[in-house]
Structures are given as structure tokens and as C-alpha cells.
Design a protein around this ligand. Structure first.
Ligand SMILES: Nc1ncnc2c1ncn2[C@@H]1O[C@H](COP(=O)(O)OP(=O)(O)O)[C@@H](O)[C@H]1O
Ligand SMILES: [Mg+2]
Length: 137
């Protein structure tokens, strides 16, 4: 487990490091509303040289940025619903998958299915600082 306390300006170095070392699999993003989950995905997509606009897929299941970067938001779905819609098969596809509002249960299911995953928990420490806790499984 690694922890980082970062401002928005300091975030890119962490994002670059993660994207370089974890280019396929599932990144679960946890944290309250406005913690910075979508921001993390925005920075990661930009860092990979993709120009697409990044927004949280609140009303759709999945946003695709190129054919190898995918974005999900489980907030409105819940794990069982999410899985019943076939998302486990999606998450198993080659590429990098960001899942906002994933949880430990999702991590366990991914582990059982031998789908590589990591969890980043973001906590708002102050208006301009967030704590990022990185857990690889
Ligand atoms: N490391 C950070 N330091 C300071 N502010 C941040 C950081 N990361 C995100 N923010 C800010 O937090 C706000 C909410 O971010 P957002 O990514 O929309 O949160 P979430 O998707 O978790 O609801 C945005 O205004 C964003 O600029
Ligand atoms: Mg969001």
C-alpha cells in the first residue's frame, strides 16, 4: 500500500507512473463525491495522449476512449446489476479499465476471475490536497 498527498499540479507525476506500470487491467477508483475520481481518469487519458473528452458515464454503462481505454461508474448500478449486464466480460478485455465507485467486493470478484486490478482510494484532505492510497492485489 502506498500513500500520496497531492495537489492538482502534483497529480500528473503519480498518474504517469501508474499508467506506465499498469497499462492493462482494472483500476478501481474509490472516494466520496468530489474526491477526484473523474479527475484522475481525465489526467490518465490525457497522459496517454488521447484527446477525447472524459466525463463520468453516469447514464451510460461505459465510455470508450480509443479502443483500449474504458470508463465506468457503478454509482447508479450496484455490483450485482453491473455484473448482470455483462460488465465482468468487458473488464476482462485487453485494455485499461477505470471503474468509479468500485469496492472491495468488485476487487474480490476480479481476483477470483484472475483479472488484474488495483484500487486507488482518494480522500479530500483540504480544498487543494487529496490523499491517494494505492493498493495492488
Ligand atoms: N489532487 C487534487 N487536488 C486538488 N483538487 C482536486 C484534486 N483532484 C481533483 N480535484 C478537484 O476536485 C473536484 C472534484 O473532482 P471530481 O474528479 O469531479 O470528483 P469525483 O469524480 O470523485 O466526484 C474538481 O474540482 C477537481 O478539480
Ligand atoms: Mg466522478
Amino acid at each position: 500500500m502506498r500513500k500520496y498527498l497531492l495537489s492538482l499540479e502534483e497529480l500528473d507525476s503519480l498518474v504517469e507512473n501508474i499508467v506506465e506500470n499498469f497499462n492493462s487491467g482494472v483500476i478501481i477508483l474509490r472516494g466520496n463525491l468530489a474526491a477526484g475520481k473523474t479527475t484522475f481518469v481525465k489526467r490518465a487519458v490525457k497522459c496517454m495522449g488521447i484527446d477525447d473528452e472524459v466525463t463520468s458515464p453516469t447514464f451510460s454503462l461505459q465510455h470508450c476512449y480509443t479502443d483500449s481505454v474504458f470508463h465506468y461508474d457503478m454509482y447508479n448500478h450496484g455490483l450485482e446489476h453491473f455484473i448482470s449486464l455483462g460488465m465482468l466480460e468487458e473488464l476482462d478485455k485487453e485494455g485499461l479499465h477505470f471503474v468509479e465507485w468500485g469496492d472491495d467486493e468488485l476487487a474480490e470478484i476480479l481476483n477470483s476471475a484472475e483479472i488484474k486490478n488495483m484500487t486507488i482510494t482518494i480522500e479530500k484532505i483540504s480544498d487543494d490536497k487529496r490523499e491517494y492510497t494505492i493498493c495492488t492485489h
